[in-house]
Design a protein around this ligand. Sequence first.
Ligand code: KIV
Length: 273
Amino acid sequence: MSVHKARDVKKITTHQLQEMKMRGEKIAMLTAYDYSMARILDGAGIDVILVGDSASNVMAGNETTLPITLDQMIYHATSVVKAVKRALVVVDIPFGYYQGSSGEALRSSIRIMKESGGHAVKLEGGSEVKDSVLRILSAGVPVMGHLGLTPQSIYKFGTYTVRAREEAEANKLLEDAILLQECGCFALVLEKIPAELAKKVATSLHIPVIGIGAGPDVDGQVLVMQDMLGITKEFKPRFLRRYADLNSVITGAVGKYIEDVKSRDFPNQEEKY
Ligand code: KIV
């Protein structure tokens, strides 16, 4: 096994993530949807960039992730891939482009890989999407699973509350996690489930388990970039740690710009040709 830390690695691959789990090095993953931010995240040394369908919320202003289209996801992913030198880029297959048939799942994945240059796809669900997962993997496309609170099923759940608190749902989640691993998924996201259950899943699987609202005892963490940078203000789940208050920084900068324009302070003598 390699003794290199992921920070010294030129390019993160699914194999590197597996090694990180084996040597107990946590995996840091964030979402990004555009070139400029992806460039900053990659330069800062993030391991995995997820072009999440949360773009539907934070980029397009939709209430749920359901409306975003495959073309829109490919547009976001293409911009991100152009910026990235080191991180592994995982792209969400949006709602409606893989559940219907495994053939459609394969076609969607091939479009994502061919048109955006992304390195892997992510999809939500367990046994229900088994055929799709297998078909995508058969084409050599790496697949990341996603269990627990799966936002594409929000109308089935009816609420964004913690999932799998009940024994039956927790058992099904563990079974699904093992199934996804057996199918050949290279990693799994667990969203908003009890920390004890997440720990059990992470220790039962040999593939990396990345948590969001799943406690500390998993192999890595993921957050939505706009949330952790404090661009979104209203979204305040317990699991979210804010690392900056960019909303206030941007509001202050824009306020000052407006003031300078109105007062004719900007542009000054040096700022003209
Ligand atoms: O779309 C997304 O941002 C996600 C993360 C919350 C894991 O799926």
